[in-house]
Design a protein around this ligand. Structure first.
Ligand code: SF4
Length: 457
């Protein structure tokens, strides 16, 4: 099993990796199928099912799908050009994209929110269809957005297709137990093993420059969030708070009047800055999803700005360790809120961040595994119930609390010797089972929890 650090952490756009980025990626794949097809096409149609339908408007799934069909991808998204292209499609009812004839598409009738038919494979299902001159479908594909921007076709999902088709890697651990065994027998850290895997596939230069860029995008996102004010889009009238809190924290700095727990506000404000940017449709790094994109940058920024002896040269080890843990969670359970609730998103992000922080603070592989387990264990059972289907409430604050738990988990693990009762593998399996048992109401459908109990929503 190999899941690259660049699959786990992707530069993309808000507000959701599964509901915004995934559908855009699916549309790009469908365009490729159309280009390779011998048929002549004259139109397009799309239908959203399950959670993609229920919370699609709040997550801008329709917009992302249309832009994907118009040739946009999350990695090189240009917000200004997107607005112009959408306006043109709404006016002309035509999509023009490289390598295909002009395609008829009326967003009002060809973009269908199907609330009644959930597709069998996954909670986040969508169908993309290409039609001929008479409007009959002559090519269609079912896609599932399985979390973190990952997309599978119906056939790939049925075949249980792993995303990895490359050559074997030096340390192919599929469980935490295997990871610890390999670390012991090789004498390498988790980051070193993950680095060897990455280099064997993509080379040293790619790894160095890629991880540097990931941290740059994460940190830029924090800084943009800390300097932006106003109301977030979507109709909930949620005010951006990160700038005000950060300004107050900066003013208090050095006055020696702050309570010790103020450090929690620093962690929260970094995460909130990222999630406010995400909610505004800005550029973020999925870590492992957009909804949970604030936990890891907040933990890293906390480390760099507040931990004595911290060094930017350790960021790569942080990211590699976090990616190793994220790969285990994704492979053995889920990182999708629609599949397993928020335990799979913010819980996974906290586990990954705790592991990364523990690693750069000198933790052994056993302590790192313990840190990840502590962080995940105390998110078990956490539901996904975003108010109005927007990735704002509870998501923005929740990322701050996820970062605080991640730091506490790393700290507790570092105070032990790595021995503990609940193995990370057992915790991941518990998360999977809990997610499977969880009512659909609490899996990104906005049909239960806060989403139905907040007045006037
Ligand atoms: S509640 Fe959690 S899983 Fe659901 S959208 Fe918000 S961050 Fe994602």
């Amino acid at each position: 099993m190999f899941l690259s650090v660049f699959d786990m952490f992707k530069v993309g756009i808000g507000p959701s990796s599964s509901h915004t980025m995934g559908p855009m990626v699916a549309a790009a794949r469908f365009l490729d199928q159309m280009r390779a097809s011998p048929f002549h096409f004259a139109g397009l149609r799309a239908s959203l099912h399950g959670s993609l339908a229920f919370t699609g408007v709040g997550h801008a799934t329709d917009r992302a799908t249309i832009l994907g069909l118009a040739g946009f991808t999350p990695g090189d998204y240009d917000a200004d050009r997107a607005e112009a292209v959408l306006a043109q499609i709404n006016e002309t009812h035509k999509i023009t994209v490289d390598g295909l004839p002009p395609l008829r598409f009326d967003p009002k009738s060809d973009m269908i929110f199907d609330y009644d038919h959930k597709l069998e494979g996954h909670a986040n299902g969508m169908m993309l269809m290409a039609t001929d001159g008479q409007g009959d479908v002559n090519l269609s594909e079912t896609f599932y957005s399985i979390g973190g921007g990952f997309v599978m076709t119906e056939a790939e999902l049925a075949a249980g297709k792993d995303t990895d088709e490359g050559a074997p890697v030096p340390f192919p651990f599929k469980s935490a137990a295997e990871m610890l065994d390999m670390a012991k027998s090789s004498g390498k850290s988790i980051a070193q093993m993950k680095r060897d895997n990455e280099v064997s596939r993509n080379g040293e230069v790619h790894l160095r420059s890629g991880t540097k860029r990931l941290w740059q995008v994460m940190n830029d996102c924090i800084n943009r969030g800390l300097s932006s004010e106003g109301i977030l889009p979507g109709g909930l009238s949620v005010k951006r708070r990160a700038k005000g809190i950060h300004d107050a924290l900066m003013a208090e700095r050095g006055l020696n009047q702050s309570a010790p727990h103020t450090i929690n506000d620093w962690m929260s404000v970094y995460a909130m800055a990222v999630n406010e940017e995400n909610a505004a449709g800005g550029q973020v790094v999925t870590a492992p999803t957009n909804g949970a994109a604030g936990v890891m940058p907040a933990t890293l920024r906390y480390y760099l700005d507040h931990v004595p002896g911290a060094a930017e040269s350790h960021v790569e080890d942080f990211l590699l360790t976090a990616a190793a843990i994220g790969g285990l969670v994704k492979f053995n359970a889920s990182i999708s809120g629609a599949e397993a609730g928020c335990q799979a998103e913010v819980g996974s992000a906290a586990a990954m961040s705790a592991a990364g922080l523990c690693a750069v603070m000198g933790g052994t592989p056993e302590q790192i595994e313990n840190a990840a387990e502590i962080a995940l264990e105390h998110h078990l059972g956490m539901t996904c119930d975003p108010v109005k289907g927007l990735v704002q409430v509870p998501c923005i604050e929740r990322n701050g609390l996820g970062a605080i738990k991640a730091v506490s988990a790393a700290s507790l693990a570092l105070r032990g010797d790595g021995t503990h009762l609940v193995p990370l593998d057992a915790c991941i399996e518990t998360m999977r089972q809990t997610g499977a048992d969880m009512s659909e109401k609490y899996k990104e459908t906005s049909l239960g929890g806060l989403a139905v109990n907040v007045p006037n929503c």
